[in-house]
Design a binder for this molecule. Structure first.
Ligand SMILES: Nc1ncnc2c1ncn2[C@@H]1O[C@H](COP(=O)(O)OP(=O)(O)O)[C@@H](O)[C@H]1O
Ligand SMILES: [Mg+2]
Length: 266
């Protein structure tokens, strides 16, 4: 799924006592379908706000946002909800598993929201759990898992409906370095095998090195200071550059996502 932002600004509404705070200013971005892009910046720079706008969780104060050909910044709430359920998987720093549901039920949750036939649910959840190495944990509850296992369950939940867009907000922020690397390896392998577009927010250089490129975020702006534009910085460190073969392979046309259905009238 391609992501485009045109001159996006975002302010959080103020209260009676406080003025509205502008946290993003004039952001323009174009992330190609199938990219693994990293939003990197210090705490408070606006990464989560930007991810929430991309993920249609929140709407920009000004500017336009497109996911493929859908301009999400003008869609009504019911269409946004539908778009999120069908097309987006979200991975959070604190996992956000539902404590009263077991691992199977947590992972099945997006499928139930998308009205997946019951007969498909079992096999798809089993496949998603196997892909994160949790095939033997289906009946366990979140409080019976380690942090790394909880995040793997959350990743299974994020990919079970095969979304063309996966958003990850500080996915290793609550893990030790060993588990963090395991999760980053997993996200990278999901990127390779599913060919989804991935946008990951992090403040860690080490985590950022797993992406294809880094988009710097600072003080609510991306890329070059004051330019309103941005540059792709290469991801560094231990992430070896993809081979020409894999680049060529990834350049092949991805399966187009079906258009959104028109919501039923109430
Ligand atoms: N709901 C909110 N209401 C008001 N201000 C907010 C809200 N959420 C975030 N902010 C402010 O927006 C700025 C950017 O926050 P955030 O997007 O969470 O940054 P990051 O994810 O990079 O740490 C911060 O100054 C933060 O205090
Ligand atoms: Mg954040």
């Amino acid at each position: 799924m391609r992501i485009r932002l045109e001159h996006v600004t975002h302010a959080y509404a103020g209260s009676d006592e406080s003025a509205a705070v502008q946290v993003l200013g004039d952001i323009s971005l174009d992330i190609a379908s199938g990219d693994f892009a990293v939003l990197m910046g210090a705490s408070g720079s606006g990464k989560s706000t930007l991810l929430n706008l991309i993920g249609a969780v929140d709407k920009p104060t000004a500017g336009r946002i497109f996911l493929d050909d859908n301009e999400t910044s003008v869609l009504d709430d019911s269409r946004l909800t539908m778009l999120r359920r069908r097309s987006i998987g979200y991975i959070f720093q604190f996992f956000n598993l539902i404590p009263t549901l077991n691992v199977f039920e947590n992972v099945a949750f997006p499928l139930s929201l998308a009205n997946t036939p019951r007969s498909d649910v079992k096999s798809r959840v089993a496949e998603a759990l196997a892909s994160v190495g949790l095939g033997n944990r289906a009946t366990h509850f979140p409080n019976e898992l380690s942090g790394g296992e909880m995040q793997r369950a959350a990743i299974a939940r994020a990919v079970v409906h095969n979304p063309p867009l996966i958003l990850a907000d500080e996915p290793t922020g609550n893990l030790d370095s060993r588990n963090g690397e395991m999760i980053l390896d997993l996200i990278r392998s999901i990127h390779k095998s599913r060919r989804a577009t991935i946008v990951m927010a992090t403040h860690s250089e080490r985590a950022a090195a797993y992406g294809d490129y880094v988009i710097g975020v600072s003080d609510g702006r991306v890329g070059g200071v004051g330019s309103g534009g941005w540059e792709k910085e290469p991801a560094r460190d231990h992430y070896s550059a993809p081979s020409p073969e894999s680049v060529a392979e990834n350049a092949s046309t991805p399966t187009p996502h079906p258009p959104l259905p028109t919501p039923r009238k109430q």
